[in-house]
Design a protein around this ligand. Structure first.
Ligand SMILES: *[C@@H]1O[C@H](CO)[C@@H](O)[C@H](O)[C@H]1NC(C)=O
Ligand SMILES: *[C@@H]1O[C@H](CO)[C@@H](O)[C@H](O)[C@H]1NC(C)=O
Ligand SMILES: *[C@@H]1O[C@H](CO)[C@@H](O)[C@H](O)[C@H]1NC(C)=O
Ligand SMILES: *[C@@H]1O[C@H](CO)[C@@H](O)[C@H](O)[C@H]1NC(C)=O
Ligand SMILES: *[C@@H]1O[C@H](CO)[C@@H](O)[C@H](O)[C@H]1NC(C)=O
Ligand SMILES: *[C@@H]1O[C@H](CO)[C@@H](O)[C@H](O)[C@H]1NC(C)=O
Ligand SMILES: *[C@@H]1O[C@H](CO)[C@@H](O)[C@H](O)[C@H]1NC(C)=O
Ligand SMILES: *[C@@H]1O[C@H](CO)[C@@H](O)[C@H](O)[C@H]1NC(C)=O
Length: 667
């Protein structure tokens, strides 16, 4: 017991050390720049005014995202490499063979950011000139850093939160690593490439084809030709970059799943679980084992995690000299029959899941929220209105996978997540000059690469307690056209469902949200605008009939829009032109709230009368030409009448709870 208390002490001590390194790093970076200085001719950094700002656009400064980026596998000795780097475009794939070592690249750029975004840098991309964006297909990024001499003898790990889409990393003239996949984190063991105590040069070559040429890759809703529900693309290093010190043998992955009976199964070695009340440093469980094997630990009567009481427990894991901190929440997701209806269960009880479709796009940062406060603001608005869930996101394609800090915020605030996987978009369809259209379908290799990236993403996200459902339907109508049959026989969602189930059997799977439903997965999920048709015995031609063997769910509804004045609109004429082309428009906010009340009441009725187990309102915020958010794209106008929405959302939960007590006969 005494040894364990010591462990806690040293954890606190090293946390203090981390902030010391932060300060030291600022100094190192400056001196490194100076050392390189004589030739420094980069265009200095400034925010490029985007077509719409937020309250955070000009508050970023040049040290963005100072938080430790990976809260579920956190080391204390680390240095943030975010900040000003330099950038220049490259001519093609071959450029990777000729890296611009020891050169000053032409443009200072803020990392992390999407090159196409305003916060990235002045003058990089051509907005607000119009909708045709010049996507950065090939890019060089350069920075330099010093590794503290106190890290001598340790492993130096270089981490990237995400780079869209392919990254080749060079350190001090040598190729150090490569990653493919715009949404996944990767770590390079940089030990043999770096100079301890000296100046290190890092170059990153990025290739992001988006939907150019015949590339068919997981891109979500990015496109080089944005319109309607497809948006401006994101290229480059859009999540945090950092280095950290670890011993020679170190923990590379930590999977934790903790269920309502107090059992947790992380993988390596020594695990210590701390009390959920921050005033106590009580040790609740400690367990030793060997690495590379799953093992269980028990916590007696844990406080369970739920949206209403998001209890989290800190965990310390020690492997030899390596020690990382993490956290978990004890909760069990399942499905079961309650009063004859298949329901999603949280900790054994039916929980009506009500959330929004959440795009996670920002007018100033695109994929990268301007800062953590901005990112969390959206979530706080949802919590305040009474939502207990959000869906990250599905429609035609899927965006997006967020930063680890986003999932931590959902864990902390108590928001269940339906996590969609970024779409492979087989509808890569262009109209050619002779008016014929050309469609690219994925070939077998591209499909295999999609499967690989899907597995990486599930593995990287499966320890967040807030994620309750994977949504994997990455397909589009076009897959059922003849062309697809040459690629995959039958209905591919069954195979993908099996694959995700085998990677993670602890969650529910929504296999074909809103599209052609052939019976795969746990949800009978219907999309219908604007009215819901959730678990109902009636349906329209545009939706699938409710299947009582699965969970009746409204994967999308609502979507009602309300145009706003130009100062809250994405000020790009092509986007403005599409404002009334996709969703219902209500001319005034009171008309919009009247419609919302009506639609939410319908969902409540369907919950009372039929088999509705949850719904997803379209959507959290406006995005480009879409004006159907609860918040405008700049987050400055909140459309809902807060008291009315709170009452309407509470009525949904009451209706669901009332089902168990109701004597009403079932339909
Ligand atoms: C970089 O972009 C500029 C301006 O668009 C272009 O003139 C130049 O050829 C590009 N350079 C490379 C290497 O692609
Ligand atoms: C200075 O810039 C030129 C042109 O970019 C480059 O060729 C040269 O290597 C640079 N020299 C130094 C010392 O950075
Ligand atoms: C860059 O310049 C430094 C200092 O002159 C030198 O030590 C290093 O080898 C150079 N890097 C490459 C890749 O040429
Ligand atoms: C868990 O750790 C975080 C920092 O990593 C700290 O802020 C929080 O107070 C800790 N919670 C408990 C219960 O110790
Ligand atoms: C249209 O143009 C494409 C590309 O040049 C060509 O492959 C195709 O055969 C053309 N179709 C017709 C009907 O001319
Ligand atoms: C939406 O508002 C913008 C800005 O006031 C305006 O230019 C546009 O015409 C409006 N569109 C519709 C459909 O009302
Ligand atoms: C959309 O708005 C534009 C201009 O505001 C108008 O000309 C057009 O008729 C509207 N279209 C629809 C479908 O309402
Ligand atoms: C359902 O019945 C139980 C037990 O009678 C009661 O405690 C609970 O408040 C009722 N719930 C609702 C929503 O009526």
């Amino acid at each position: 017991m005494r040894a364990i208390i010591k462990l806690l002490f040293s954890l606190q001590a090293t946390l203090v050390v981390a902030s010391t390194y932060g300060t030291e790093y600022e100094r190192n970076k400056l001196s490194a720049k100076k050392a390189r200085g004589e030739n420094a001719s980069s265009t200095p950094y400034a925010v490029k005014e985007p077509p719409l700002t937020t309250d955070w656009t000009y508050k970023l400064g040049t040290n963005p995202w100072p938080e430790y980026p990976r809260p579920q596998l956190q080391r204390s000795e680390w240095q943030n490499l975010n900040g000003l780097w330099t950038y220049q475009n490259a001519s093609g794939l071959d450029a990777v063979n000729n890296p611009p070592f020891n050169q000053t690249l032409g443009q200072e750029v803020l990392i992390p950011s999407c090159l196409e975004s305003g916060i990235s840098a002045e003058g990089l991309m051509n907005f607000p000139v119009g909708i045709q964006t010049s996507n950065a297909l090939y890019s060089w990024f350069s920075t330099s850093f010093e590794v503290p001499s106190s890290w001598s003898g340790k492993s130096v790990l270089l981490n990237f939160g995400a780079v869209d889409y392919e990254a080749t990393v060079f350190i001090n003239g040598q190729k150090a690593g490569f990653n493919r996949g715009g949404y996944s984190a990767f770590t390079i063991d940089a030990t043999k490439f770096v100079k301890i105590g000296g100046h290190n040069e890092m170059l990153v070559f990025v290739h992001d084809p988006t939907d150019s040429g015949d590339y068919v890759i997981p891109i979500g809703k990015q496109t080089l030709r944005p319109s309607h529900i497809f948006y401006r693309p994101c290229s480059g290093i859009w999540q945090s970059v950092w280095i950290e010190a670890a011993p020679e043998n170190y923990i590379t992955q930590l999977d934790v799943s903790a269920s309502m009976d107090g059992e947790g199964t992380p993988s390596p070695v020594q695990v210590t679980v701390h009390g959920s009340d921050s005033s106590t440093h009580e040790i609740l469980a400690t367990q030793a084992s060997t690495s590379d094997g799953a093992f269980q630990f028990n916590v007696a009567s844990p406080k369970l995690w739920s949206p209403d009481s998001p209890n989290l427990y800190n965990i310390t894991v020690t492997l030899g000299d390596d020690q990382v901190s993490s956290y978990t929440g004890f909760r069990t997701i399942s499905k079961g029959e309650v009063d004859g209806i298949v329901r999603p269960l949280l900790n054994g009880e039916f929980i009506f899941q009500f959330g929004t479709l959440d795009q996670g796009f920002w007018p100033d940062g695109l994929y990268t929220p301007p800062n953590k406060e901005a990112m969390v603001y959206d979530l706080q608005v949802l919590k305040k209105l009474g939502f207990n869930m959000l869906r990250k996101h599905f429609s035609y394609g899927k965006i997006k996978v967020e930063t680890a800090l986003f999932y931590q915020a959902c864990d902390q605030l108590g928001l269940l997540l339906i996590q969609d996987m970024p779409a492979l978009r087989p509808i890569q369809s262009y109209t050619l000059e002779n008016c014929t259209s050309l469609t690219y379908l994925p070939d077998a290799d591209q499909q295999a690469e999609f499967d690989r990236q899907l597995a990486v993403l599930v593995n990287q996200h499966k320890s967040y307690p807030s994620i309750g459902t994977w949504s994997i339907a990455n397909f589009f109508e076009v897959i059922y056209n003849e062309g697809w049959g040459q690629v995959i026989q039958g209905y591919p969602e069954f195979g993908l469902t099996d694959m995700v189930r085998s990677l993670d059997p602890t969650r529910l799977i929504d296999s074909t949200t809103g599209w052609y439903d052939h019976g795969a997965g746990d949800y009978s999920d219907n999309h219908h605008y604007a009215n819901p048709q959730c678990g109902t015995p009636f349906y329209s031609t545009a939706s699938s009939p409710y299947d009582p063997t699965r969970i009746g769910f409204q994967g999308e509804f609502g979507g009602i829009g309300n145009n706003v004045s130009i100062e809250h609109l994405w000020n790009v004429q092509e986007a403005i032109n599409t404002v009334n082309q996709t969703y219902e428009i209500d001319e005034t906010l009171s008309a919009w709230n009247y419609r919302a009340h009506f639609l939410l009441s319908e969902l409540r009725d369907q919950t009372e009368l039929f088999a509705c187990s949850g719904g997803v309102w379209t959507q959290t915020t406006d995005v480009e030409g879409e004006v159907n958010g609860l918040l405008t794209y700049d987050r400055r106008v909140l459309r809902p009448d807060v008291a009315q929405w709170q009452a309407d959302i509470k009525a949904l939960y009451d209706a669901a709870a009332g089902r168990h007590n109701s004597s009403m006969s079932r339909m």
